[in-house]
Design a protein around this ligand. Structure first.
Ligand SMILES: [Fe+2]
Length: 559
């Protein structure tokens, strides 16, 4: 038995994962426990702040103690950083702080685990960890692997080749060529937080990409097989907003109205990103001419770009993990160390997102009791929930193990009726308090998906809400709550195998309404997705959710 703990804490999305004999038994983001979105700010001064609760959960889930851990894998390599770092990027002072903190990571882990690790502690290059997090779960026996994020040690993107259990770096695209950073900057400029790239993506559907196309040619340049980012627009440039202001006018304040201008900027950024990532995909195909492509890195959360990639047909099969962003590197680092240390191949093709905590009925009932509430039991939670949804109610669906990755995929979800156009406003007013322009996603029975959406080649990643296919024009009027401005939907395909309980619920809704899909948004209100029954009850009570189903325990609101 070889137990490998994977840790990400270098920037944000701190997370832990555990491999037991090459088998992924647990993975979870620290934000779900500490209740701070993204767990912590990306800061020069905090890479040594560990996802302690996430690590504890992984050990507990596997029934292990710190003494049972054979290797620890950390998804960043300080040596590689020192080798590649250039002083002109952001000066020595902040970099010294960063290096100092990185130098404290191993001792922080040792202190937390209460034992010294010596050679059993491994720094894994960040983009190798991303690549492994996509490649091993994909089940492909060979694949081109693209990583596109903010920055690893020094690269904004990289291309690798996976064959068997080996991942080999092919080439890297160094700072400042960072599409992820560009999205962070434009998110800030458009009046959102730096981590709100998904809002910018949603806004883009309302804009005209042609208005600022020319301006974006000097910001994010796409050639046939290459791309480039202008450094002037990135984070450490003190006058970055001055440059943007000269091109697009003053930055939008958080409370300011969203104007067509803002949507046009977002649309041009989205179009430039599609073109740049497609250039990388074509390059990947030429250099690693396999049928399969794996993608990781935060930019792989952009379901519009992912759709462009899969539609292009450059690669027959595309796989993206449920957590392509930095949280996923906890898994990837552990896989990389397993392959380096073990003769036995790691588990491959296992791509479930349901890797977090689950709770027994007794835990759920205890939480209900301590909240002073009365629950009832349902003999058929799926059917009862489906009836309520069809009745226009908002149902919180809390079942089984929590999802790993930023999307709720039917285990910590809020569900509603997609046939009702008013559902978007009701969800926003009663629970989510999000910007009106943001779309809500549908979860559809996989076996009926092609009747409603232009899915194309089905990928295991369609279970993770990572693509935005068009809704069939003749179906759009039937499901107005989930059709985005541009006629697309960020759909999740639900099969009986991937999530039997959720599949049963949607099947019951289908039997009742003839529509094989429901609105699915994450179970939270402006905070991390709920983790425990107590989190679920707190959010249920403070919001306008109509019913909460936890296992077969049901709470119905009296508002
Ligand atoms: Fe990353």
């Amino acid at each position: 038995m070889v137990n490998i703990l994977g840790i990400n804490s270098v920037y944000h999305e701190s997370a832990a994962a555990l491999l037991v004999d090459g088998e992924l038994v647990a993975a979870v983001e620290e934000e779900r426990f500490n209740r701070i979105k993204h767990a912590k700010e990306a800061d020069w001064d905090n890479p040594h702040q560990l996802p302690e609760r996430a690590i504890r959960f992984c050990l507990k889930q596997a029934g292990l103690t710190a003494r049972d851990i054979h290797h620890v894998a950390y998804s960043f390599d300080p040596k590689l950083r020192r080798k590649r770092y250039r002083a002109e990027w952001w000066g020595h002072k902040v970099e010294e702080t960063f290096q100092l903190r990185l130098g404290q990571v191993q001792s922080a882990v040792e202190e937390f685990l209460g034992r010294s690790l010596g050679q059993r502690f491994h720094f894994v290059p960040h983009h190798l960890a991303h690549a492994a997090s996509a490649y091993f779960p994909s089940g492909f026996d060979r694949a081109a692997i693209l990583t596109v994020d903010g920055i690893g040690e020094s690269a904004g993107s990289s291309l690798a080749k996976g064959v068997g259990t080996r991942i080999q770096s092919v080439e890297t695209f160094e700072y400042p060529h960072s599409i992820g950073f560009l999205w962070e900057e434009f998110s800030g400029y458009l009046g959102f937080s730096n981590y709100d790239a998904s809002k910018v993506m949603g806004l883009a559907a309302y804009g005209d990409p042609g208005v600022f196309r020319q301006q974006f040619e000097s910001i994010l340049r796409a050639e046939t097989e290459n791309y480039g980012v202008a450094q002037d627009f990135l984070g450490v440039q003190p006058d970055k907003f001055v440059r943007m202001e000269a091109m697009f006018g003053p930055p939008r304040g958080m409370e300011d109205e969203i104007l067509p201008l803002h949507a046009d900027i977002a649309a041009a950024l989205q179009a430039a990103t599609d073109a740049a990532v497609m250039a990388l995909v074509r390059r990947a195909k030429r250099k690693v001419p396999f049928d399969n492509l794996c993608i990781a890195g935060g930019v792989a959360l952009n379901c519009v770009t992912n759709e462009v990639i899969t539609r292009s047909g450059e690669f027959a099969n595309v796989f993206i993990p449920s957590a392509p962003h930095d949280a996923g590197t906890a898994i990837g680092a552990a896989f990389a160390v397993h392959c380096a240390k073990q003769k036995r191949p790691p588990q491959r093709g296992y791509s479930t997102p349901y890797l977090g905590p689950s709770f027994k009925r007794a835990d759920i009932l205890a939480a209900v009791k301590s909240a002073g509430l009365n629950a009832r039991r349902s003999r058929s939670p799926a059917r009862d929930a489906a009836d309520m949804i069809a009745d226009g109610k908002i149902v919180a669906w809390f079942q089984g193990r929590m999802e790993f990755g930023p999307r709720a995929l039917g285990n910590r979800s809020l569900l509603a009726d997609p046939r009702r156009p008013e559902m978007r406003n009701i969800l926003n007013q009663k629970v989510k308090h999000r910007e009106d322009f943001r779309p809500f996603a549908p979860s559809v029975l996989a076996e009926h998906a092609d009747e409603w959406f232009e899915v194309g080649v089905h990928s295991a990643s369609h279970a993770f809400m990572l693509f935005a296919p068009e809704v069939k024009p003749e179906q759009r009027d039937r499901i107005p709550a989930v059709v985005h401005k541009d006629g697309t939907a960020r759909v999740q395909l639900v099969s009986r195998k991937s999530n039997p309980r959720f599949h049963e619920l949607i099947s019951a809704f289908f039997a009742k309404t003839g529509v094989p899909l429901v609105v699915n948004t994450s179970f939270n209100d402006s905070e991390p997705i709920v983790c425990t029954p107590t989190d679920a009850i707190v959010t249920f009570r403070k919001s306008g959710i109509d019913a909460l189903f936890m296992d077969d325990v049901v709470l119905v609101a009296r508002h």
